[in-house]
Design a protein around this ligand. Structure first.
Ligand SMILES: *Cc1c(COP(=O)(O)O)cnc(C)c1O
Length: 399
């Protein structure tokens, strides 16, 4: 393989990605990039907890007493008391019987899915599910049926036709989708899983800490036990790192024995685990930050629609500005950067062809005044001729 040719191919398709080194700014929600202070609209630190003094204190104290590493995988000598305390706190938050802490959301999905399904089984997956879910499905080698995004009618059809041919079936969906900010119909998924004797896995990554009465996520507490596995990450709204699976006691025991990313990977260090625990405490004690965030998001979506005509199905702090072509998304990214906003164009394969977009993720550090300016730059862009020239024939303005 010629590495330079491969890179050239990526570049020609308008898909070359680069990392950007961002320096911390003097206030949360902002970053310094090449000497300029920019509003950071790419961060998943929705509640700005990553810099909360309680998390930092908990983390430092844990390193001083427990060292910087768990020193082994959980099944060897790596299980620490703080892992168990965090599991108890997660189970209490989600109202599940038990919980298992894992290395990251990516490791949770790629480990749990193959633990539940194998070559002879079937998986029914939303077409827009996260890459970690797709990778978990591939590793399981189960037969994959993809249903149209959030289309439970299509899911029902697929189950009706194919369920009977497989011993086990697993339905998988995100709760709040990571690139569109829209929400799955969780009650409908629960009805279908019951009717067709399937298991159900919901990935609550972007809802944890934001949705629900206590910040438990988008799977409400009174239905949590109807969902076989709820996965989620500590790396987004909870401002830390790692992941959880909220499950029954029985499922936990199965995962401990079958989930290879749990078995064969070093346990999370004390610092990170204590920070996650501290984040759960903060989220459950004060609902005002998440109320502010959801309110801000609703007002931003409304303004975007009123001013630019771009509407979305988002119900959350994730708001896509879908412009269609890769070139248009890159151009809008550049204009926003010039205007003081750090955003990134999201292109295939992260999102479907011709739905390239700027994915705005809002945090509690942001204010409507800044967002008004962002909308006005976007409006200036989409009324230009050059924007229309970049559009594919069937231009899509809503994801
Ligand atoms: C971010 C994300 C993950 C991965 O979580 P990490 O803890 O960052 O590895 C998994 N699923 C979804 C839906 C995500 O958005």
């Amino acid at each position: 393989m010629s590495i330079s040719k491969e890179i050239e191919k990526i570049e020609k398709a308008g898909l070359l990605r680069r990392t950007h080194l961002l320096m911390p700014a003097d206030r949360p929600g902002w970053v310094t990039y090449r000497g300029r202070s920019l509003m950071d609209l790419c961060s998943n630190d929705y509640l700005c907890l990553s810099h909360h003094p309680d998390l930092i204190d908990a983390s430092c104290r844990a390193s001083r007493t427990g060292g910087c590493s768990a020193r082994a995988s959980r099944l060897m000598s790596g299980t620490l008391e703080v892992h168990e305390r965090l599991e108890t706190a997660v189970a209490r938050l989600k109202n599940s019987e038990a919980a298992l802490v894992l290395g990251s959301g990516y490791l949770a999905n790629t480990g749990i899915i193959p633990a539940l399904c194998s070559r002879h089984d079937a998986i029914f997956s939303d077409r827009l599910n996260h890459a970690s879910i797709m990778d978990g499905i591939q590793l399981s080698r189960a037969r994959l049926f993809r249903y149209r995004h959030r289309d439970t009618g299509h899911l029902r059809q697929l189950l009706e036709t194919h369920r009977q041919d497989y011993p086990n079936a697993l339905i998988i969906s995100e709760s709040i989708f990571s690139m569109d900010g829209d929400m799955a119909d969780i009650p409908a998924l629960i009805r279908l899983k019951r009717q067709y004797s399937a298991m159900l896995l919901i990935d609550d990554a972007h809802a944890t800490g934001i949705f629900g009465k206590y910040g438990e996520g988008a799977v409400e507490r009174d239905v949590a036990r109807e969902v076989d596995v709820i996965t989620g990450t500590f790396g987004k709204a909870l401002g830390s790192y790692g992941a959880y699976a909220a499950v029954s006691q029985e499922m936990k025991e199965l995962l401990i024995n079958r989930c290879r990313t749990f078995i064969f990977s070093t346990a999370l260090p004390p610092s990170v685990t204590e920070a996650s625990l501290s984040a759960i405490r903060i989220v459950t004690q004060d609902d005002r930050p998440r109320q502010y965030l959801l309110d801000l998001s609703a007002r931003f979506r409304q303004l975007l629609r009123d001013e630019t005509g771009i509407s979305t199905h988002s119900v959350s702090q994730i708001v896509p500005i879908t412009v269609g072509s890769n070139r248009a998304a890159l151009e809008l990214q550049r204009l926003l950067m010039d205007a003081g906003f750090f955003t990134k164009a999201i292109r295939p394969p992260t999102v479907p062809q011709n739905t390239a977009r700027i994915r705005v993720s809002l945090t509690t550090a942001h204010h409507m005044d800044d967002l008004r300016r962002l909308v006005s730059v976007t409006k200036g862009f989409i009324i230009q001729d050059s924007y229309h020239q970049t559009q594919p024939v069937n231009s899509i303005t809503s994801a």
